[in-house]
Design a protein around this ligand. Structure first.
Ligand code: LLP
Length: 406
């Protein structure tokens, strides 16, 4: 746990905007899952897309975590960081032939989510070892843009296509070692987790898939974002998950690995975005606290209407005032919070945007040519890694260096 005093010191030392991550909390979340889900062949493949900070990844690598990767770039990155290839799964999404070949050459398990790709594999890569992604037919998540199961999404192979899948597997003499599903991000109902598991386990029979080594039930474990939100009872949920999976393995007398791929659960709460307020102004109806970050650096409120807690670290006991907390980008939607009551904010106060560990830096960009913030990882009470913010000069040179006139 990083104290508010430490956060203020980091803001002073490194400057704002700044992402600060609690590395110990991330490792704790990873280890907790093994306590919550009592199944001895549990494997956790952290969803790298949520936060690719190398300091955090190094801690997770050393703790034994695997990775869920979604692009050739993520696979390359993971290998460079020293993750053993057998701990990496590549879940493709509309991949090109070139991407397929690139990842194949890196020798990580590929998770195939379309009949179209499976047909090509059956013809061109006989004997290939792979995992198959199915759509679990369950739709859940904290936002309709990130619900990945059900009829309206592009993901996975339909459960009813299993016979066609089997025919292709036979045709290509393929070795299906894993089945996968992912229901959505920020799953609201424990029942969705169980139902998706049941739907995948229903087709995971030895007759359908005799070579299975694992079932992968994706990510989606939610964490509270709003102060009044209750934390999921992961002890109860984990026990139920283990019970169902154990019953499934015993039914067929085969011991399989059980995988999950959490992103948010592992890193969301470990991150803070520190930003300094430089302008307080009032228009007719709103008091505006203008700060030195903006939506390209933390896009979830604008993109999903997501709620992120904001704390005024510099004046926590100030009298409450209702603010629009706005960024420095030339768009009206550039708000971290709209009409939010906060302790009085003064110019030069430091705000901490909470739950900024998942899908914040990683979804960032340099719109308006503002470099992404620096990042630091804290572990054992000290900063163990830092990624510095580019200067505006460096950003300009980088972009120009990528371009040439024709
Ligand atoms: N596995 C697969 C195949 C996924 O597509 C995802 C997330 C995960 C695992 C990890 O899900 P998590 O445990 O993090 O919920 N940008 C959105 C979330 C997008 C999630 C996409 N897929 C957000 O900020 O809410």
């Amino acid at each position: 746990m990083i104290s508010d005093e430490s956060l203020l010191e980091f803001a002073k030392e490194y400057g704002t905007p700044l992402y600060v991550y609690d590395g110990d909390l991330v490792v704790e979340r990873y280890r907790d899952l093994f306590k919550f889900i009592p199944y001895d062949r549990l494997k956790i493949h952290y969803a790298l897309k949520a936060n690719y900070n190398p300091g955090l990844l190094t801690l997770l690598r050393d703790a034994g975590a695997g990775l869920d990767t979604v692009s050739p770039g993520e696979v390359v990155y993971a290998l460079k960081l020293g993750f053993p290839r057998e701990r990496i799964i590549y879940t493709a999404n509309n991949m090109t032939d070139a991407e397929f070949e690139q990842v194949l050459a890196m020798d990580v398990v590929m998770n195939i989510g379309s009949l179209s790709r499976l047909r090509k594999i059956a013809k061109q890569h006989p004997g290939m070892k792979l995992c198959l992604r199915f759509n679990p037919d369950v739709c859940d998540g904290d936002n309709e843009k990130t619900m990945t199961g059900g009829d309206l999404t592009k993901f996975g192979i339909l459960l009813e296509s299993v016979e066609e899948v089997k025919a292709l597997v036979k045709e290509g003499n393929l070795r299906v070692i894993g089945l996968h599903e992912h229901t959505g991000s920020g799953l609201q109902h424990a029942e969705s987790v169980y139902q998706s598991m049941d739907n995948l386990m229903a087709i995971a029979t030895p007759e359908n898939f005799p070579n299975l080594e694992f079932l992968d039930f994706g990510g989606g474990f939610k964490v509270p974002y709003k102060p009044e939100e209750r934390r999921v009872d992961y002890v109860a949920m984990g026990a139920e998950i283990a019970r169902r999976f154990t019953a499934f393995t015993e039914r067929y007398g085969r011991r399989l690995d059980m995988l999950f791929e959490p992103g948010k659960y592992m890193v969301a709460e470990a991150g803070h975005l520190l930003t300094e307020v430089n302008t307080i102004k009032c228009n007719r109806t709103r008091v505006i606290a203008g700060c030195d970050s903006g939506f390209p650096q933390l896009i979830r409120p604008v993109l999903y209407g997501a709620y992120h807690q904001i704390r005024n670290l510099s004046n926590p006991a100030g009298k409450p005032v209702v603010y629009d907390v706005c960024g420095n980008i030339c768009e009206t939607g550039d708000r971290f919070a709209e009409q939010r009551e906060l302790p009085e904010i003064r110019e030069y106060d430091i705000l901490a945007v909470g739950n900024a560990g998942a899908y914040c830096y990683s979804m960032g960009g340099v719109y308006n040519l503002r470099p992404m913030p620096g990042e630091i990882v804290v572990s054992g009470g000290k900063v163990v890694s830092e990624r510095r913010k580019l200067t505006t000069e460096e950003l300009a040179v980088q972009i120009l260096g990528e371009c040439s006139a024709k």
